[in-house]
Design a protein around this ligand. Structure first.
Ligand SMILES: *[C@@H]1O[C@H](CO)[C@@H](O)[C@H](O)[C@H]1NC(C)=O
Ligand SMILES: *[C@@H]1O[C@H](CO)[C@@H](O)[C@H](O)[C@H]1NC(C)=O
Ligand SMILES: *[C@@H]1O[C@H](CO)[C@@H](O)[C@H](O)[C@H]1NC(C)=O
Length: 262
């Protein structure tokens, strides 16, 4: 699936690059609570081996239970942020519409998967999927740089393809393993050498890397992240292997989701 999938994805999303030069990033959003324009984007990537280290439920949307979903890093989020460490959320904008991204839904399922069976509510209401959560919570705030759902999701995919951190680490010799620990500073340097910027690495205080973040300015050029959240990683970190989980499917998740009215 991967080999077949990569090429068309690039063909579909690369032309988008041409659009960005002309975007006006200075508009201020209207509505009851106007949002100040954001300052930069964060691309947050989850290490699937860590995301899947404790799986409780399997269901068709849980990537931990599917070998078709990418191992290595997958997209956790693509977030407009402020330089002062906070971020806009729940901005005005069009309602989530699965049809508007149907052409890239295969890539989103593979590279921006959910590691859960139940999606959290977003902006005070129940939503139908993790992607709907991302759109409602963050995606709408990317306007006017990325002004619709297709631009938002395809841009995140395009940057994820362009800056393949899984590949950078593999090429530098950091092979996923459940036992080997690598010096955090060496992993950070390998990425810095490849990209020219220092990534933010997050671990939740334990050795498995949970997330890596890189930042982009509003013209989508990679840049140093303006704000540094503490990484909370030990000095030696792991990149655990993603083990496809085989716990029984939950029997009631469908009816639960059905009750969310989607
Ligand atoms: C950060 O900056 C934004 C945009 O200027 C502002 O709306 C927000 O209140 C600021 N937050 C903090 C914690 O200073
Ligand atoms: C990133 O690189 C890895 C390792 O070379 C590869 O398996 C994977 O398909 C690449 N991901 C994308 C999105 O191109
Ligand atoms: C993966 O999971 C299976 C069954 O859940 C288990 O038997 C196997 O030891 C696991 N492999 C690793 C590398 O953790």
């Amino acid at each position: 699936m991967f080999a077949m999938a990569s090429l068309p994805a690039r063909l579909i999303i690369l032309p988008l690059l041409l659009l960005f030069g002309t975007c006006n990033a200075n508009l201020i959003r209207g509505g009851d609570t106007p949002q100040k324009p954001f300052d930069f984007f964060v691309l947050a990537l989850s290490w699937s081996g860590t995301s899947c280290s404790s799986v409780k439920d399997c269901c068709p949307t849980n990537a931990c239970c599917s070998s078709e979903v990418a191992t290595g890093f997958t997209i956790n989020g693509f977030w407009p942020d402020y330089n002062n460490g906070s971020w806009p959320s729940c901005c005005d904008g069009p309602k989530y519409d699965q049809n508007s991204i149907s052409i890239i839904s295969g890539f989103l399922n593979t590279y921006w998967p959910s590691y859960d069976c139940i999606s959290a509510p977003a902006c005070g209401r129940f939503i139908e999927s993790d992607l709907a959560f991302e759109w409602d919570t963050h995606g709408k705030c990317a306007s006017p740089v990325l002004s619709n759902q297709y631009e938002y999701f395809s841009t995140a995919l395009m940057l994820y393809f362009k800056y393949n951190i899984t590949e950078i680490l593999l090429k530098a010799g950091y092979v996923p393993s459940n036992t080997v620990k690598y010096p955090l500073k060496d992993i950070t340097s390998a990425i810095k050498n490849a990209l020219g910027v220092t990534p933010i690495v997050k671990c939740n205080g334990h050795s498995p890397i949970r997330e890596i973040q890189i930042c982009f300015d509003k013209t989508l050029q990679i840049e140093e992240c303006p704000t540094y959240a503490p990484s909370k990683c030990p000095s030696r970190v792991k990149l655990p292997i993603k083990n496809v989980t085989q716990v029984p499917e939950t029997t009631n998740y469908l009816s639960f989701r059905g009750s969310l009215n989607w």
